[in-house]
Write a protein that binds this ligand. Structure first.
Ligand code: IVH
Length: 650
């Protein structure tokens, strides 16, 4: 290979990496990428003197430092003043309006991570320094070079400091903690700590593994000729930096408030954690005229989101037995309001977590609620302990049926198939909307029927008679008849509902549908290898299916006979724009969501809940939220609901 070919290969690979990491829109396959990478490595090993500093191989974290050197920023890194309400924001605006009357405001997310200052000289990344005290920080250049969203070289040749926040995406954070849990390492409390900790690793190969992301928010020293921050940032993105999921120019308080509310409502859907919105004066001339206080720029403010973390006290720890027998400890906490919702319970996941975090009854703790996820305890405030705290022991006996528990470490299980909690919860699951959808058969009724001895298994549902129900308190003729009708109606259900209702571990709606589409009811006879061949079914899922079928053959057959599920039509679906597409629906549509979903499925589409790189199409209604933004960010094909109807008409 010639040097020229090598140079071309480096530039091509950098382009691939840019589209993959910065744009979230891959333009090649992993295979092509890897092949080109090896090609470059080979050339470099033979010609070490010619290695280009922006070669992707230079990102490999292979330095181990004994400590970080202190380094000065070229110009000071400022902090931001916080405001927490409309009134406080207005006061800040009143102050800036004293400098000028015609101000436009630049609004962007306030990322929750660790700030970093990148210095580029002659277009090369020469130094990366943490914020430190604002004047000097730590030189972590080797670690910064492992971050794929930090360009090693840029086309702007004059010296420039580019500042931004290093974050860890939420899904990556979950993965890291899951791995740490497996390795019995202490968990990171939140993505911010994980990002900051990963950035300051002495062994840069650890930083490299953490998939950190750099999001620029401004420049320090550097000659640039822009008067609008919006335009300046647009220029920075063209240098190869990542854009924010959302930014907006506002002209007054009302517009700022609208953008703030939108960002707040969508924050759970963003990949990264946000703790507020930053409002900046857009004109750089005006910024310069306003200047700085001792700590903050006068021209910017952090409009914080309401806290999702609150301090409370654990009153008790209860044990819940799920349908699979897994015992989940749940903390009962002093009722605490978080973003308009009163939180009374927090999940503790399992007993290993209780031990690792040393959670005790009567401990003061910090709880976190985000989106609709069940609140969790992120930190114990051990300094407040006063001797009244009680340690909870790992249970050895099922709190419901008193049988001996199987302790598998992370999971503790009740193995008694007739344990009341297991039976009741599996019947509730079976009858729920997401499975057989038997109207009127909710938690309470299942419990009543179980207590009356009328339900011992899901099969018993189908032998319930009107007379049985009428004997129960609260059941009049009409209600009883409705329930009997609903039970009868659930027969001949779609095949996937039957599969899902079996409650096989790891097999949810999407997997059930894939199974039925490929094998129909014959999925029980498919081999592990055949199962793995299905898109979306991995090894663990295939093993779970095989194991379940082995143990529950009789039950599956019995239930199949009772229900006679309908098999999906195997006849070929005509070509149409939705066939074989993975589609996400979002927003309030003109027809019930389930109806649209069914219609698209009949056209051969696969409907999933969340937008990812695998999504082919997002169909949205006007009030679409974060899924829309994510789809835009990932470059997914986007279709208005109206356009979908038009295409269908055609
Ligand atoms: S601007 C001169 N913009 O928040 C302006 N900061 O609480 C100084 N941060 O130290 C910062 N997102 O690390 C700015 N969009 C954003 C930001 C942001 C996160 C961090 C930054 C700063 C801290 C201040």
């Amino acid at each position: 290979m010639t040097y020229q070919e090598y140079e071309q290969a480096v530039s091509k690979l950098n382009k691939y990496a840019y589209y993959y990491y910065v744009k979230d829109d891959p333009i090649t396959t992993d295979e092509v990428y890897d092949e080109l990478y090896r090609f470059i490595e080979e050339f470099e090993s033979k010609n070490p003197q010619s290695v280009l500093p922006n070669s992707p191989t230079q990102r490999v974290g292979d330095t181990i430092s004994s400590g970080f050197e202190k380094a000065l920023h070229k110009s000071r890194m400022w902090s931001l003043e916080d405001v927490f309400s409309k009134d406080e924001l207005q006061k800040w605006m009143d102050r800036v309006y004293k400098f000028a009357s015609d101000i436009t405001f630049y609004c962007e997310p306030k990322y929750d991570g660790a700030s970093l200052n990148l210095f580029y000289e002659n277009g090369k990344l020469s130094q990366a320094i943490t914020r430190g005290d604002g004047l000097q920080g730590e030189d972590i250049t080797q670690n910064a070079k492992t971050i794929k969203t930090i360009p090693l070289s840029i086309s702007h040749k004059k010296p420039i400091e580019i500042r931004g926040e290093v974050v860890i995406f939420k899904d990556e954070f979950e993965k890291i903690n899951l791995q740490r849990e497996k390795n019995s390492e202490s968990l990171f409390a939140n993505p911010r700590n994980a990002a900051a900790g990963s950035l300051r690793q002495l062994d840069s190969s650890i930083t490299a593994k953490r998939n950190l992301v750099f999001l620029p928010y401004g420049v320090g020293t550097g000659e640039l000729d822009f008067d609008s921050l919006y335009e300046l940032m647009t220029f920075i993105y063209t240098l190869g930096f990542k854009e924010p999921p959302y930014r907006e120019i506002c002209r007054n308080a009302t517009e700022i408030e609208t953008v703030y509310e939108t960002m707040k409502a969508q924050r759970d859907g963003y990949d990264m954690m946000l703790d507020g919105m930053v409002v900046k004066v857009d004109s750089i001339k005006q910024q310069n005229a306003m200047g700085y206080t001792v700590k903050y720029p006068r021209w910017a403010v952090a409009y914080k989101f309401p806290a999702v973390e609150k301090i409370t006290r654990i009153k008790d720890i209860l044990l819940q037995v799920g349908r699979s027998g897994v015992i989940t400890p749940v903390a009962v906490v002093e009722p605490t309001e978080i973003e308009g919702v009163v939180v009374e319970r927090a999940t503790l996941h399992n007993f290993d977590e209780i031990k690792r975090k040393d959670i005790r009854i009567n401990d003061k703790v910090i709880i976190l609620r985000s989106g609709d996820v069940i609140p969790k305890i992120i930190k114990v405030l051990a300094a407040y302990r006063d001797g009244t705290q009680q340690i909870v022991q790992r249970p050895t006996i099922c709190p419901v049926c008193s049988s001996e528990l199987l302790d598998e470490g992370a999971l503790i299980k009740c193995q008694n198939l007739t344990c009341k909690a297991r039976v009741v919860n599996s019947i509730i699951y079976f009858a729920s909307k997401q499975c057989l959808d038997i109207e009127g058969m909710g938690e309470k009724i299942v419990q009543t029927l179980f207590d009356a001895g009328l339900l011992k298994s899901v099969e018993d549902i189908y032998v319930l008679s009107l007379e049985d129900l009428l004997k129960l308190e609260g059941f009049k003729e009409k209600k009883a008849q409705n329930l009997i009708d609903a039970i009868q109606k659930s027969k001949h259900c779609e095949c996937w509902r039957f599969v899902k209702s079996l409650g096989i571990e790891h097999i949810g709606e999407v997997a059930s549908k894939s199974l039925c589409n490929t094998f129909g009811l014959g999925f029980t006879k498919a081999s592990k290898e055949q199962l793995i061949e299905i898109d979306g079914i991995g090894k663990e899922m295939a093993e779970s299916i095989k194991e379940f079928v082995k143990i529950n053959k009789e039950h599956i057959l019995k239930l199949q006979n009772i229900l006679s599920p309908t098999q999906p039509k195997q006849n070929k679906i005509k070509d149409n724009p939705f066939k074989d597409k993975t589609i996400v629906l979002t927003g309030s549509m003109t027809k019930p969501r389930d109806q649209i979903k069914l219609m698209l499925e009949q056209l051969g589409a696969k409907i999933t809940n969340s937008v990812s790189k695998k999504t082919d199409m997002l169909i949205y209604a006007d009030d679409a939220g974060s899924k829309y933004d994510k789809a835009v960010a990932l470059g997914v094909t986007i279709l208005k609901e109206r356009e979908m109807w038009e295409m269908l008409d055609e």
